[in-house]
Ligand binder design. Structure first.
Ligand SMILES: [Ca+2]
Ligand SMILES: [Ca+2]
Length: 492
């Protein structure tokens, strides 16, 4: 191969922050220890991915503990290994170790283009995106420093080798990878003698999702903020192709939602019960979806609060969370608690005494200790018994309107001029609710006495003021009282 000029296949490489270094999480060497040395296909026991070997079982190929692959006599035909990460692992490093001067390796790889999502040859010639690090030489025979030759378009091949000749080696080195590498091919070649060399493929965690409610407890009619956090675990570059779906547990509904990821389309209509973010890019520092949710206070939602006081909200990858380079398949789980205390409902009628004259009315107020939910609060009543001395529009139930705390009905005295017909009592009581969650019963019953105001034996009824006259009478009484008070003071 001839050395080619550097290619700029991954223009987006410049997106990577040059200054700070990012610590990936749970970086491990992909190893296949314990599996036979002659397999054509190896599968990581810890879920990191696969390695194919071609041809298998030749050249002293082995899978030693603590390393990925080793060869002793790869030969001029070479032994090719292809590494494919699982959807839950991200390749982070390709390391060469213990390599003799008589062997070399050709490395090619496939990379996700983060802008187009196309799979393209990785541009190892871009050392800002694929920095190279040499493992320092040590005591003989490890006296050499690995040289990395790059052959660009159309080869896109990185060729590490150990300079010099004879029985000398290098400790190798490694290439740090951006999180876009989707497949790595390493072919070892040698002269046919003892051409030792090894490859280590490192993997780390992909993006993950978590969630939380704040507050984590509410009452029907209350709101909470759901935060869905998408973590970029130190991968040092934006991750495209982020998709999140969250189906809310019943009876939660969305009030509003927003996100801090790059681009993407967030679907989270007010009143709906699920949200989704598609086509977003996860920034290097991570991003969040924030949704204000409401636990409604309608009858069904109140029943749900009583029946299931704690609901669990899950996001289950990969169906409900994924990125173009994979994702940790760990569920995001958050619990939300609901508590509900039925309102206390009482009744009072004012005034509590009427006369059997025209315009004699008592207003009965049914009061709830908390505002009625969006369905209103239906209160069952035991209405006053039928009686010729009064009428009432208080029936067997009354509805306190949504967000209100009271409703009213009337008891009206029936005017008469019949003397000696005595007093009767109208009784209005709160009855048991139709649904036990609706309310508990407070002050009840309310009683209104309808009094006879007709003189016995007389032919003319005593003049009784009408309802409209009460204010005048009250005023008159107050004036009289003031007069008495003044009088009293003078007398002192
Ligand atoms: Ca009368
Ligand atoms: Ca009467």
């Amino acid at each position: 191969m001839q050395k080619q000029s550097l290619s700029l296949g991954l223009a987006t490489a410049m997106l990577i922050a040059a200054g700070p270094s990012f610590a990936v999480e749970n970086e491990v060497i992909m190893d296949f220890a314990g599996q036979a040395n002659n397999l054509p296909l190896y599968t990581s026991a810890t879920g990191l991915g696969t390695m194919t070997v071609s041809p298998p079982g030749v050249g002293g190929f082995s899978v030693p503990s603590g390393h990925t692959a080793f060869v002793t006599t790869p030969g001029a035909g070479g032994i090719t290994t292809v590494f494919t990460p699982s959807s839950t692992a991200v390749p982070t490093r390709i390391a060469i170790y213990d390599q003799r001067a008589s062997t070399y390796r050709n490395i090619t790889a496939k990379c996700l283009n983060p802008n187009t999502l196309a799979i393209e040859p990785c541009d190892f010639g871009n050392t800002a995106l694929f920095p190279r690090t040499n493992t320092p030489p040590s005591a003989a025979p490890y006296t050499q420093a690995t040289v990395f030759n790059w052959y660009g378009d159309p080869f896109y091949t990185l060729q590490p080798y150990t300079p010099g000749s004879g029985n000398i080696q290098s400790n190798g080195g490694y290439v740090t990878l951006p999180p876009y590498v989707r497949e790595i091919t390493v072919t070892a070649y040698g002269g046919g003698n003892a051409d030792f060399s090894g490859t280590d493929i490192y993997m780390a965690d992909p993006p993950s999702v978590s969630k939380a409610f704040a507050p984590a407890a509410l009452n029907p009619g209350g709101q909470t903020t759901l935060t869905i956090s998408i973590k970029n675990p130190g991968l040092g570059a934006p991750i495209p192709g982020v998709s999140v779906i969250d189906s809310l547990p019943t009876p939660l509904k969305i009030v509003s939602a927003s996100h801090t990821c790059t681009d993407g389309s967030l679907t989270a209509a007010a009143g709906s019960t699920s949200l989704s973010l598609t086509g977003a890019t996860l920034p290097t520092a991570g991003c969040e979806i924030t949704a204000v949710l409401e636990w409604p206070n309608d009858t069904a939602s109140i029943s749900a609060c009583v029946a299931t006081p704690t609901v669990t909200n899950r996001i289950t990858p990969p169906a409900q969370f994924s990125t173009a380079i994979g994702q940790l398949n760990t569920e995001a789980v958050a619990d939300l608690s609901c508590s509900y205390t039925p309102p206390v409902v009482s009744v009072a009628c004012t005034p509590s005494e009427l006369f059997d004259s025209p315009n004699q009315q008592s207003v009965c107020t049914i009061t709830s200790s908390t505002p009625a939910g969006s369905s209103g609060l239906n209160v069952n009543l035991t209405p006053p018994a039928a009686n010729t001395r009064y009428t009432s529009d208080c029936s067997t139930s009354v509805t306190i309107p949504a967000a209100q705390t009271s409703a009213q009905c009337m008891i009206t005295a029936t005017a008469n001029t019949v003397a000696g017909d005595g007093d009767v009592t109208a009784t209005l009581a709160i009855a048991a609710p139709s649904n036990t969650n609706d309310y508990t019963i407070g002050v009840t019953p309310a009683q209104v006495v309808i009094k006879n105001d007709d003189e016995s034996g007389g032919t003319t009824a005593k003049a009784v003021p009408t309802l409209g006259d009460w204010s005048l009478i009250l005023m008159g009484s107050m004036i009289a009282l003031l007069g008495v008070a003044r009088l009293g003071r003078r007398e002192i």
